[in-house]
Structures are given as C-alpha cells and as structure tokens.
Design a protein around this ligand. Sequence first.
Ligand code: UDX
Length: 432
Amino acid sequence: MKLCMIGTGYVGLVSGVCFSDLGNDVVCVDKDINKIQNLKKGIIPIYEPGLEELVLKNYKNKRLNFSTNLKDSVRKSDIIFICVGTPTKKNSNSADLTQVYSAGNEISKCINKFKIIINKSTVPVTTGDEIEKIILKKANKKYFSVVSNPEFLREGEAIRDFIYPDRIVVGSNDNRSKKILKNLYSPLISKGAKFIATQRRAAELIKYASNAFLATKITFINEIANLCEKTGIDVEDISIGIGLDKRIGSRFLRAGPSYGGSCFPKDTKALVSTADKFKTNLSVVKSVIKSNNLRSDLLSKRVSLILKNKIKNKIVSFLGVTFKANTDDMRDSSSLKLIPFLSKKGAKIKYYDPTGSKKEFKKLKNVQFSNSIQDSIKGSDIVIIHTEWNDFKSINFKKFTKNKKLIIYDMRNIYSPDKIKKNGFKYFGIGR
Ligand code: UDX
C-alpha cells in the first residue's frame, strides 16, 4: 500500500519506517527542509535504538522516502497518517490542535481518489469529527474516511512496541476502512497482536485513558513509596506483592522521580480539560497531576535532608538527566526541577548523560557536563542516579572515588542497598 506520514517526529518517523519495513511504500513528509535533507542522508533527528538501521535499509531499497511536498505525497497515497504534535496550549491545559487541523486542511485539497485519513496524533475526543468537517468542505464524502489509530510507542522501545504491540486500536465509523486497516496491520496481527475495531471517538479516548491509567499507576506506587520511607518498608516488595495479582499487573509499578516525557504530563492535562468541557469531573486524574507536580519538590526536599540541609558547595554527581533511560528527550524531565533547585542552593553539579550535554542547563550556575560516569563521580559528595540506563547499573563506585563518605541516592532503585552499604557508602533509594 502507498502510505504518507505527515510529520516526522517520534510517531510519524518510527511508524513510517516500520510500515516500510513491512513492505509498504512510505513517504514521510515534513515542513522542515533540514530535517528532510538530513533524513535522506541517514541523519536521524532523534535518539531511538534501532531506528537508524531501519531508515538506511528501507531508504536504500526505495520503500521509504522523505519529502517536503505534502500535496504531491498525499495525492500519490492511499492512506495518510496525521502524526503532528499536539502540545499543551499556552496558559491552558487543553491540547493545541493547530497542526492537526492545518494538516486536515492541506489534505482536503488533494483528494483525487478514495483515501483513508488516519489520525495518529493524540487528540481529544471529537477531533476526528472536526477533521472530517474540514475535509468535507473540499471533498465528497464518498472519497475519504477519517479514522483514529492511536499509537502506544514508548520512547527507547518504539520499534519493538510497533512490531510487537499489545493491541492495535482502529476507530472508524465505516467498515471499509476497518477492513483496509486490518489488512495493513495483518503482518503484526499474524504474530499475535490483538486488533480492536471501535467507533472513532472510542479510539480517541482509549489513547488518553491508557496514558492516564498508566500515569495513575506510577503515581500510586510513588505515593506508597513515600509511606514505605516512613515505615521502613522496601517499596520493591510492595510492587512485587501487588503486581502478582493479575488484576493489577506488575508493569508500571516502579517507584521513582515524577513521571515525565512527551505524553503523560500533556495527555493527563488534556484529558481533564476535555472532561471539563463535557462537564465531567475526572477527580482521580486531577489528583494524579497534582501529586506528580508535587513530587519533584518532595524529592528536592529529600536531597536537602540527605545532605543535612548543607547543600552549598556540595559536589553533586547527577547521572542521567532525560525523563527516562534510552531517550535523549528532556521534555518534562524531573531533572529540570531538581538540578536548578540544587544549583540555586549553591551545589556544584557535574552531570553525565549517555545522550550528551543539554542546552537546558547551559545557563545555570555551577552546572557542568561530564564526559564520563567516572568524571562525574570523581570528587563528588553525592551521586544521584536519576535514570536507569544500563550504563549506570554496575558502577564500581570504589574505583571511581576516594571519598569514603560518598552518598548514593538511587532514584530508580537499581542497586541493592546492602551491597552499597557493605562497600562503606551511604545509600538512599526511593521508598526503601
Ligand atoms: C508513554 C506510553 O507508555 C506510551 O504508550 C505512549 O504512547 C507515549 O507515552 P513514554 O513517554 O515514552 O511512553 O515513556 P514510558 O516508558 O511510558 O514512561 C513515562 C514516564 O513514567 C517516565 O518518566 C518513566 O520514568 C516513568 N515511569 C514509567 C515510572 O516512573 N515508573 C514506571 O514503572 C514506568
């Protein structure tokens, strides 16, 4: 099938590349000329394990192409995926749909045969109805169908999540599109992925409800971790103990810093905003957002307590600054609150991240990027492990420091407290 992906961000690029690898002809379109020129040279705009190899392979065998010409690309395609950003509006919690509607408007001018227009961007319920109205202004109803097909790709695991999804959700109000999409996804369905066909609005809500539920699960275990810290219990035991109940499930029960990234913070807010619009009070999601916002302050306070409120001139080694491991994404990372807090209090911060230095910290006082884990740890008073990269999982602290009073604050509970303590270092984790 001939596919066109509008937007070469995370979702558009990963999905486009994977669809081409499954044997479809795919053109990925973006307004950004630089991005397109780079992609043609095999330069990938994001860090995502495995993506570069797939781009090179499929571009070489001509199943994958890149273009800035939206009209031409849409005209030549049977299925068009809208994969543009839906950031939070300024001074509001709702999603900014400007890019989605603009894509819909552009597509409406290019309907030369029957096309399926799929919204993969995360959008509030009824956005599909709006896109349909926009296209109807220029095209006959017979020649297009607007479908919702949300993505469930985790950064760092996006290729695997695409190839082995737990489920594929297709929301469409007509059976013809459902059949065509089932066929498009058949290589994944034959490998065991469940295909769920719903009404369009339901698919839109499935996406938000999934992310809100996962954010709730994380926030729940984070709050239980707070209680564990006060009662001498290890939250890891609680996660195992409750996770083995099949009704609860063991995943997304790892306590840690506040959740971040490009989806959970934005989508929980947008869901509440949609519910408010429909006069429905999503009180659980509201308190999840509040609890997560307060979490960075809570962890900042904990660092202060660990350092006995003497932060000034303390040398802090900060390992991992992105919102989680295996990504270079800084969006809503809790490090954006923790590092400025420490810098303001007079600490000297040496941070290391496998994806390099970050512009977000360039202007901060006493915050420097270290070129290696070793450089970051050397001479420090405290090591804060903020993300769970494999690189951080078996550090020989003794080898990297002469400081016998080194404190390790393991925000991802990677290490065994007993082992660290046996080496003579002070250990603090989350909820233990
Ligand atoms: C998420 C969803 O998982 C994905 O389905 C959706 O389409 C996009 O948003 P992503 O943001 O890439 O993916 O990361 P994810 O792995 O879900 O983690 C989100 C945040 O939750 C991170 O800050 C992570 O550190 C945190 N988290 C996750 C925990 O603190 N504990 C956990 O057990 C799991």
